[in-house]
Design a protein. Structure first.
Length: 241
């Protein structure tokens, strides 16, 4: 008998320890790659639409790549740090309440299990056993949906986002340096294919429809590229740049 069967788990279901951490950096990585592809591609395509000069395109692309990676990492760090601080505050609050009023907390835990559909006597027995094992973990899980040993890390999210943004942004930065007659169409194709991949991965992580997710990011990316290229071309033909 496998460990999954003995513990009541099914293959592929997210019951493993550290799930929040893994989903955290996976989410940050997928979003970072998606943003890197779209934002850098939009910049280089827009500049390429205005001028065929490679140094100008490369400079703009590198600036977008470096600035975007730093911005994504900083944004993820601040966001996840706020989430982590909130989780730590809730854990401390629950620990204090268990120390100051254990009886009331026990009744609260029993009520929570009753609210989930258990009979009063069953809910009380479950609360007794969970409290004897780890009262804090029981309350955090049932009441707040928090695992004190699996609090998200802002550093992991920041690093995953920055690295993924850089990898995603390198793709359009390389294709836009191709010969002038093919750089725009090839960049469009590569970017849209890459976005389809990130959309698929994002849907796979979230367990949602792959087709819808891919369609959303591909259409959004195509609109962004078309808009920036049109603006760049207009500025180039009017002599503004």
């Amino acid at each position: 008998m496998t460990d999954e069967i003995r513990t009541g788990q099914h293959p592929g279901e997210p019951h493993r320890e550290g799930l929040a951490q893994r989903l955290n950096w996976l989410r940050a990585g997928v979003l970072g790659a998606n943003d890197g592809i779209v934002s850098v591609a939009a910049v280089v395509v827009g500049v390429a639409g205005a001028t065929p000069t490679v140094p100008a395109i490369l400079t703009a692309g590198l600036a977008a790549l470096v600035g975007g990676a730093i911005s994504m990492a900083l944004g993820e760090y601040v966001s996840v740090s706020s989430q982590r601080d909130s989780e730590h505050a809730l854990i401390a609050k629950e620990r204090r309440e268990l120390a100051e009023m254990p009886e009331a907390e026990f009744e609260e835990l029993t009520g929570l299990w009753e609210a989930k559909g258990l009979r009063p006597e069953t809910a009380r027995q479950v609360a007794i056993e969970l409290t004897e094992r780890d009262a804090l973990a029981a309350h955090l899980s049932v009441e707040l949906g928090i695992d004190q040993d699996d609090v998200v890390s802002p550093w992991h999210a920041a690093l995953a986002s920055a690295v993924a943004f850089t990898i995603g942004g390198i793709l359009p930065l390389l294709t836009i340096l191709l010969p002038a007659e093919v750089r725009i169409p090839v960049t469009f194709v590569v970017v849209l294919v890459a976005l389809a991949v990130t959309g698929y991965v994002a849907a796979w992580i979230g367990g949602s429809s792959r087709g819808k997710a891919m369609l959303r990011v591909v259409v959004g990316g195509a609109l962004a590229l078309a808009a920036t290229f049109t603006i760049g071309a207009l500025l180039g033909t009017t002599g503004v740049v």
